[in-house]
Write a protein that binds this ligand. Sequence first.
Ligand code: PBG
Length: 327
Amino acid sequence: MSNHKFPYSRPRRLRVSENMRSMVSEHSLLVIDFIAPLFVMEGKNQKTEIPSMPDYYRFTPDLLLKEVEEIQKLGIPSVLLFAKVPDEKKDNAGTEALNPDGLMQQTVRAIKKEFPDLVVMTDVALDPYSSYGHDGIVKDGKVVNDESAQLLAKMSVSHAEAGADVIAPSDMMDGRILKIRESLEEEGFHHTGIMAYSAKYASGYYGPFRDALDSAPGFGDKKTYQMDPANVTEAVKEAVTDQAEGADIVMVKPGLPYLDVVRAVKEAVDVPVSAYNVSGEYAMIKAAAEKGWLNETDAMMEALIAFKRAGADLIATYFAKDAARLL
Ligand code: PBG
């Protein structure tokens, strides 16, 4: 490298105008990078704002279709669905998760019917369906691995049958990608994608999401399956393993506090990497903006470009619509 010696080098020369800056910008945000997460609830003609996620709503399926139409019109190619399950349908066996006429399955069918080109992704984990609020089956106070993975594979097939394009397992059980991939292949779903939450940390940033789905763990925490925030080598191992087990896309979650992990994973795999700009990251910007402590648009766009800089190919974000409007 040349040594950048003043005054031969004056970095400000490339910052003099908007056009100059845009010519030399190293990364750009594209609407096609976004995945829009969506919360669906039972009922008709209702939308409920999530208190800890200002301007973000849970929709009944009929209104969700209108939201999806808007998302599609903005050019966002993909949605990631989460279902809110009423307490009386929760148990420790994922019964409702496998219901072919469950809320998730119905919603996928309705969206694919109206918007066949949209990439519909579905969250796969038991927590919204679990009377214990855990991502797997609980036995003797512990989340059991292999039985949970088996059930998650059945759940994935049920989503694929409903028409899901991509299954997104967020549970962090060992070996579940392999189980899901084998089940999809056996059932003839050769082209159903898997976006694995490969490096999902036991994070304090999921609070607002658990409000949205009423899915907080009933006992303990998720540290026996979600990762320790101190680890990065382990994240690379998880991502490489998931790729080998059949994941088409690997994900790091949360996003902003883990950009080093996004970079490390990006360098280790040869599948697309996505990052999840989670509910707590959204809530922080919204809350500070509400107080007038920072400019929401500036903070949002800066956060989103940071994902691209770190190496993310895709960004799941509650800001998808807002950012798409600006781009
Ligand atoms: C559940 C799941 C969670 C999120 C996505 N899927 C929460 C959790 O693991 O407790 C968090 C998303 C967000 O905070 O935006 N398996």
